[in-house]
Design a protein around this ligand. Structure first.
Ligand SMILES: Nc1ncnc2c1ncn2[C@@H]1O[C@H](COP(=O)(O)OP(=O)(O)OP(=O)(O)O)[C@@H](O)[C@H]1O
Ligand SMILES: [Mg+2]
Length: 357
């Protein structure tokens, strides 16, 4: 029961006027988890939500709910509710009536509507706001009304399309906590869309990283951060040093003109690869104690750490996050452990698109 897939996409392709916007996408959504669709503008995030909600049909492939194909099942017959980016609240109705709207359409009894609306407002901490007009609510409060309006229908799945993008940074961080907490309390499945990688890492049980209509990687935030499968994911998730290299043999990789012991294996001998080292995994040493020698080009104090931009002799840029500071112009060494080197296959559609942050 725990692991039951509520939703399954099987080789789903979506085209608009012959243009492929989702390309042969397969995934499963389990009950009670927080999922995030993460990717740059135009990669197909909203399209996936529209397919789940029933606002669009796949061109190819099948969507299953609880094992049954639903390609042709209309939106109002699916146990799914959506919180849209602009919230789409009714400005002429007060808070209570906005939340009650779906129940009134379903012709529920007055007492039931009263009880359910109150319960939904309690969930989003808006008790006492029933008679307020929407115009008198702040951005964050409107967002909570939109969520209350969606959860009052007791959906199995709640779809949230960039619901925090209109909020300022402080409120946004607060709402991230609130949403995550709400998901835990309700125990329903959330599918959340964002193009903000920090937000995705902070909130999700599972992330799908999308680019150009394809899922590049799916996994826990830690999987995706620590083990990106390709240059696109490594670049999109967090700051990285990404270099071209050669996998000489198992456990031996060459980059920046040198050979290094690593923990990766299973590549072809001399296979060209991409190599990632995270800035926080580079340690500043004296010039001769480092595995790499670089010159410090610039340095910024970031509160907890210094951010250094350095160059090696070949002209490769090295970003370093360190609690130690260095002098601009100074030659320093960089030390890293074999497990800090992450070797990746070079992906087919590499280059193009990997910079669209
Ligand atoms: N109804 C439509 N008709 C034609 N093309 C569409 C339609 N809806 C979406 N597209 C195209 O499909 C692609 C994916 O769009 P989608 O809205 O899913 O992107 P997104 O990842 O949500 O982007 P954003 O972060 O900008 O919201 C885009 O190139 C878009 O122009
Ligand atoms: Mg979108």
């Amino acid at each position: 029961m725990e692991k039951e897939a509520i939703i399954r996409f099987e080789r789903v392709t979506k085209e608009y006027d012959g243009l492929v916007v989702l390309d042969d996408v397969s995934f499963e959504i389990e009950r009670g988890k927080f999922y995030t669709l993460l990717g740059p503008s135009g990669c197909g995030k909203t399209t996936i939500l529209r397919l789940i909600a029933g606002f669009a049909e796949p061109t190819k492939g099948t969507i299953y709910f609880h094992g049954k194909p639903v390609n042709h099942v209309p939106a109002n017959k699916r146990q799914v509710n959506t919180v849209f980016q602009d919230y789409a609240l009714f400005p002429h109705l007060n808070v209570f009536e906005n939340v009650a709207f779906g129940l009134r359409i379903k012709k529920k009894k007055r007492s039931e509507i009263e009880e359910k609306v109150q319960q939904a407002l309690r969930f989003v901490n808006l008790e006492g706001y029933e008679n307020r007009s929407i115009q008198e609510m702040s951005g964050g409060q409107r967002q909570r009304v939109a969520i209350a309006r969606a959860i009052v229908n007791e959906p199995e799945v709640l779809l949230l399309d960039e619901p925090l993008s209109a909020l300022d940074l402080k409120l946004r961080t607060e709402m991230q906590y609130e949403l995550r907490e709400l998901q835990r309390r309700l125990g329903i499945t959330f599918i959340f869309v964002t193009h903000d990688q920090e937000e995705a890492l902070a909130m999700s049980d599972q992330i799908f990283v999308l680019n150009k209509g394809k899922i590049q990687q799916s996994g826990t935030p830690k999987d995706i951060y620590d083990e990106p499968v390709n240059r696109f994911v490594a670049d999109f998730i967090g700051e990285s040093n990404i270099l071209r290299g050669t996998m000489i043999e198992d456990y031996l990789v060459e980059f920046a003109g040198k050979r290094f012991t690593c923990v990766d294996k299973g590549f072809r001998p001399n296979e060209p690869v991409d190599v990632v080292i995270r800035p926080e995994d580079l340690e500043i040493t004296t010039k001769d104690q480092g595995k790499l020698q670089v010159r410090v080009d610039s340095q910024l104090f970031r509160g907890v750490h210094y951010e250094l931009c350095c160059y090696d002799e070949d002209g490769n840029e090295w970003l370093v996050h360190s609690t130690k500071k260095a002098e601009v112009g100074e030659e320093i060494g960089l030390y890293f452990d074999p497990e800090d080197i992450h070797v990746m296959h070079i992906s087919e559609d590499d280059g193009e698109g990997s910079d669209e942050k």
